[in-house]
Design a protein. Sequence first.
Length: 222
Amino acid sequence: MDRNIPYTLEQRLVSDVQEHNSEFNRSFDYLLNHYTGMMISIVCIIKSKYRNQLINVFRLEHDLDEELYAIGRVALLDAIQKYDSSYGTKLSSWIHTKMQGAMYHHVHRVLLKQQNKYEASLSLFLDDDVTESFSVEEVLNNDLPYDNQLDIFENETQSKIIKKAIFELNPKEKEIVLNVFWDDKSCSDVAEKLGLSRQRVSYIKHNGLRKLEIKLKPLANS
């Protein structure tokens, strides 16, 4: 944890940043250097918690670090500019809360955007005319020959990638993913159909989509 800045110096530095006076750059650089350790600590915690998900979004760990540090620097400036000591909150606690919140919010937005991208890719490459011809139950029960199952997707190359990815899910994940994207059902509809809670269906769907991410990544980026 960063050592506390002497109170009088802290007041002057914050005042310089808030007033954007001639000492703005010097004072902000001082505060940035002082709280860099805190920023690094937050980044490490986030990377540890979300490493498996984020590795599918950022090709290089350096790219992730740079993005999180950029978010942290903006959050630090915003925290200093909005800080009011009369609320009784220590500057260090205020800055930690703001930087951590901004970084977590950014990561959640990135992951949600990526999940929506894969969901859109999955829906895009399923042919509506064909999905109307066969039920989920027919596919799940293997009523169609294996080779024909490959052909139920609209593009031969895409079909092999998507079909293989879907049919390698565990039975419950496969059933829920197909119900959502094949039959275009909501999680609530699937929950009622399968006798599960909506939260459970959402959880299983999320796990299934995470497994599909790597295999569908080339389609989403093409």
